[in-house]
Write a protein that binds this ligand. Sequence first.
Ligand SMILES: Nc1ncnc2c1ncn2[C@@H]1O[C@H](COP(=O)(O)OP(=O)(O)OP(=O)(O)O)[C@@H](O)[C@H]1O
Length: 282
Amino acid sequence: MRHDLKTSLPPGGVDPHGLAPFSARAGEPSPSPVKLDIRHVGFRFGSTPALHDISFPIHANRVTALIGPSGCGKSTLLRVLNRMADLYEDQHVEGQVLLDGQNILAPDVDVLTLRRRVGMVTQKPSPFPMSIYDNVAIGMRLNEELTKVQLDQRVEDALRRAALWEEVGGLLDHSALSLSGGQQQRLCLARTMAVRPEVILLDEPCSALDPISTARIEETMEELKSVSTLVIVTHNLQQAARIADYTAFLYLGELVEFGATTQLFSAPREERTLSYISGRMG
Ligand SMILES: Nc1ncnc2c1ncn2[C@@H]1O[C@H](COP(=O)(O)OP(=O)(O)OP(=O)(O)O)[C@@H](O)[C@H]1O
C-alpha cells in the first residue's frame, strides 16, 4: 500500500541520527536515456533466495545509489550487473538486464567484454601482487595500444582522480600490497577508472576512507558522470543523498522504492523507506 508521507518529513529529508536534515540534491535529475534496464531480476544461492523480481532503470551519466540494511541484496544485485555473480557456485539468476538494449544475462554474452564495459570496484580491495603502477596500467595494457608517455599520463590521471597521487606518486614501483587498506581501496578505484568503462559499479568505495579522501572521491564521481554511468552501494545515507541522482531502496531482497534521490529522501512513498531513512529500521 502506498502512503503519502510528504507531510511527515522536514524539507530535504531526515538524518538517521536526528542531527540535521539530509542535504539532498536540489531538484529532479534532468532526463537521460536508460543505460541498464533491470527487468524482473531474481537471484538464488542454491535454494536460498537473495533477490526477488527486481525492476528499475539505471540512467546514463547519472549516479544511482543502492541503499538498504545489511544482507538486503545490494552487493548481489551489483554483481549481477556485470556477471561477477556467475563466479558463485550453484547460483541461479532470472530476468533480464539490458545494457543499451542487449540482455547481458543471455548465455552467449562474452563476459570479459561485458566487464570491460561495466567495471567494478569491490567492497574488499583486491590489489594484484605487483607494483602500484602496474596495478593501474594492467587493464590499459591489455585493451589499448598506448605509448609509454600516454600510459604514464593515464596512470597519473587515474591516481589523481582516486585521490591517491599525492601519497604514492613517488612510489609507483613499490608493491601495491604495501599500501594501507584505504590506499588499496583507492588504488582499486584507480585501476577500474583507468580503463574508462561505460558503467562503473562501486561497492562501498569509501568504507575505509577518511573524510578528506571521501570528499575527493565524491568529487570524482561527479566528474565521471560526464563520461560514465555510476552505481554505488553505500550504507552512508548522507553520501547517497549528496551524490546520487537516483536511489533504490532494497529490503529483504526486494525493491521497496526507486526514485529521484530528492523525492526518496524528502517524500518517500513507502512506509518502509521512511523507517529506514529515519533510522527506525536497519
Ligand atoms: N556466497 C553466498 N552464499 C550464500 N548466501 C549468500 C552469499 N553471499 C551473500 N549471501 C546472502 O545473500 C543475501 C544478500 O547478501 P548481500 O551481500 O548481497 O547483501 P548486502 O545488502 O550487500 O549486505 P551488506 O550491506 O552487509 O554488504 C544475504 O542474506 C547473504 O547472507
